[in-house]
Design a protein around this ligand. Structure first.
Ligand code: CP
Length: 310
């Protein structure tokens, strides 16, 4: 694959290859010797049309730890503000011959469209409600480190599935690896036709969390909601927020996950988010750097081997 646009289309073997390489970097990142020159001379451009803390920082750190040069294009101070289109911006950056473009955009499909116009590797850092592949890979690495496998696990993805590219990428990855995914959310936050992705649907947290190995909470994306359905935050937390009482329905060793940013007291109670035994939310962030090192390495090397043409 010249690009990483989504989990869709990746085989179990390809996912395992990325995770094995990421595990190598996860171990290296805990030593004093975090850097290498494996991507020396390569240029990575981060082009983010939406806000980010984790993804942007970890892609920058990942590229720098591999010895690449990194440019962060801040859309707010760029010529995008003067009306330059996505494709013109991408072609402008492409003319500077980067090896990789890391792109986040609010429209589903925008990153794929851009990848068709440029001749460097493109990594999707989240496009609309479509996919966020490096998030699913870092979640998978975190799960594998604790459970020792990615098959035959019961995973509950809870909350605002309707607006979530994280949910879609995780469903695709976990299904590909042989786990079972349940979605737990009010009917208004379950997108239509999602059953076709091979998931079970629950509307009640107690029922949906029963015997789960993994409880993955999603942020209520109020900024993507409009018109009639904006839930009351208090009511949402009461029925769908993860607290100790609801968590008691999952397996005693169930992992608590959240991609971040968290809204404490909305979809997750602080007591559960900060549970030192079972919450792996900080480890997810740590694995984000490792996964982005692995994917940048694989794609930039692939790009170099193909003579610099995507
Ligand atoms: N999980 C995630 O994508 O976080 P950011 O929006 O902070 O990058």
């Amino acid at each position: 694959h010249p690009h990483l646009l989504g989990i869709e289309g990746l085989t179990p073997g390809e996912i395992t290859l990325i995770l094995d390489r990421a595990q190598h970097y996860a171990e290296k990142n805990r030593t004093a010797d975090k850097t290498s020159n494996i991507l020396a001379g390569a240029t990575v451009v981060n082009l983010f049309y939406e806000n980010s803390t984790r993804t942007l920082t970890s892609f920058e750190l990942a590229a720098k730890r591999l010895g690449a040069m990194v440019i962060n294009m801040t859309v707010g101070t760029s010529s995008v503000k003067k009306g330059e289109t996505l494709i013109d911006t991408a072609m402008t950056l492409n003319a500077m011959n980067p090896d990789a473009l890391v792109v986040r955009h609010g429209d589903s499909g925008a990153v794929k469209l851009l990848s068709e116009k440029v001749n460097c590797a493109v990594l999707n850092a989240g496009d609309g409600r479509h996919e966020h592949p490096t998030q699913a890979l870092l979640d998978a690495l975190t799960i594998r480190r604790h459970k020792g496998r990615l098959h035959r696990l019961n995973v509950a993805i809870c909350g605002d599935v309707a607006h979530s590219r994280v949910a879609r990428s995780n469903i695709l990855l976990l299904n590909t690896m042989g786990s079972r995914v349940r979605l737990v959310a009010p009917p208004t936050l379950i997108p239509s036709k999602i059953e076709r992705m091979g998931v079970e649907i629950f509307h009640d947290m107690e029922e949906g969390l029963k015997d789960c190995d993994i409880v993955m909470m999603l942020r209520l994306q109020l900024e993507r909601m409009e018109g009639s359905f904006i839930p009351s935050v208090r009511e949402y937390f009461h029925f769908h927020g993860l607290d100790r009482a609801k968590l008691a329905n999952a397996k005693p060793d169930a992992l608590i996950m959240h991609p971040g940013p968290m809204n404490r007291g909305v979809e997750i109670d602080s007591e559960v988010a900060d549970d030192v035994e079972r919450s792996v939310i900080r480890e997810q962030v740590e694995m984000g750097v490792a996964v982005r090192m692995a994917t940048l390495e694989l794609l930039v090397q692939n790009h170099r081997q193909s003579g610099g043409q995507a």
